[in-house]
Write a protein that binds this ligand. Structure first.
Ligand SMILES: Nc1nc2c(ncn2[C@@H]2O[C@H](COP(=O)(O)OP(=O)(O)OP(=O)(O)O)[C@@H](O)[C@H]2O)c(=O)[nH]1
Ligand SMILES: [Mg+2]
Length: 342
């Protein structure tokens, strides 16, 4: 799903200016008498302006994504990014204003054609622009909201919902983005401090000829779900809607700045969230982790099944990929893809 090409609605002032320009450009007309010339000019003007406004408004409500029809991942992403209820109301406002513009354009062109003096025709044209101006002004807040929504949607990650997705999750600063970098060609920012990743980042991993989407997520805190920030909520919705498997990254050295019991709470929350999808527990930073770190980690996590790796030094990543392969091969949803792979 791509939102990149979404067009951004103009402001009401801009739309009005375009309508005036369309009128000016269409207003050349000949005729035997000045009344006839005026009538023709003004009718053309109103028709050109109204059709420009009508087609712009139509394009807005036809091309704006219908939130209820989106994949649940995007539906929830929309509700994080903007006010979805107001968005729906505004789309129907645009629709009804489009109808009104068509109606007043018809009324005004009729009045112009029926005018018996040029002045009367000019008055009907003025009245069209007066009504159009106030209509568009009343639509200003909605156009702004739809504009902002379109700009936000254009930034949405282009998630491929037709391939298996593996979510890389964990507390902040544990090395999630480093792992995405090490396993795919994606180049997420890696920094020695928490909260570097602020949105979902995608990378593709070729797993024995099958494309698997790796989804790097913002770091999670141990707070309850209802207290999650907008940034964290993106990780939550990726886990909830896309997680065919999860790589839960832990930093046993605690150099990430988050103690092991904090990281364990995050782990428990993730296991709870993905209900059913396999969660591969990965202890990262093996290059600097000593025996003591690993023993402490095993104790806090109550002797878990895990794999120790180093994203930075690329230690044991082949084993991680092997485990991923095993889990996806056994998945009810995606197993068939791997039937002929090794
Ligand atoms: N020594 C060592 N450092 C690592 C390893 N993996 C990541 N780091 C370091 O850990 C820090 C955080 O790495 P990131 O990959 O940005 O961590 P993150 O989990 O994506 O962080 P947020 O996006 O902020 O949640 C950086 O300084 C990395 O260089 C590793 O395997 N070994
Ligand atoms: Mg990151």
């Amino acid at each position: 799903m791509s939102f990149r090409g979404l067009s951004v609605p103009p402001s009401s002032d801009e739309l009005f200016e375009r309508a005036v320009r369309a009128c000016r450009e269409a207003s050349q007309a000949g005729g035997r008498s000045s009344l006839e010339r005026a009538r023709k000019r003004y009718v053309r003007c109103v028709k050109a302006s109204s059709s420009l406004v009508v087609s712009t408004l139509r394009e807005i409500y036809r091309k704006s994504p219908y939130v209820d029809r989106l994949h649940p991942f995007y539906r929830e992403l929309c509700s994080i990014a903007f006010d979805v209820d107001a968005y729906r109301v505004c789309l129907s406002r645009v629709r009804s204003v489009e109808r009104i513009v068509r109606r007043i354009a018809l009324e005004c062109t009729r009045s112009i054609s029926a005018a018996t003096v040029a002045k009367e025709a000019a008055k009907a044209r003025r009245s069209f622009f007066g009504r159009l101006g106030s209509l568009l002004e009343s639509l200003d807040d909605c156009l702004r909201l739809l504009r902002e929504a379109a700009l936000r949607m254009r930034e949405f990650p282009e998630v491929n919902t037709d391939v298996p997705s593996v979510i890389i999750a964990g507390a902040p600063n544990v090395g999630k983005s480093s792992l995405l970098r090490a396993l795919t060609r994606a180049k997420p920012e890696v920094k020695p401090y928490p909260f570097t990743t602020k949105s979902i980042i995608l990378g593709m991993l070729d797993l024995e000829g099958i494309n698997v989407q790796l989804v790097d997520t913002p770091g999670l805190l141990d707070t309850p779900l209802e207290e999650k920030s907008k940034i964290e909520r993106q990780a939550i919705l990726a886990l909830r809607h896309l997680g065919d498997a999860v790589i839960l990254v832990v930093d046993p050295t605690e150099t990430c700045g988050f103690p092991l019991d904090f990281q364990r709470k995050v782990y428990m929350q993730v296991v709870d969230l993905v209900r059913g999808s396999p969660v591969l527990l990965v202890a990262n930073k093996l290059d600097i982790a000593n025996e003591e770190h690993l023993r402490a980690f095993e104790k806090v996590f109550e002797n878990p099944d895990y794999l120790a790796v180093s994203a930075e030094k690329k230690i044991n990543l082949d084993k991680l990929v092997e485990r991923l392969h095993f889990h996806l091969k056994s998945s009810a949803k995606w197993g068939h893809l791997f039937q002929h792979s090794t």
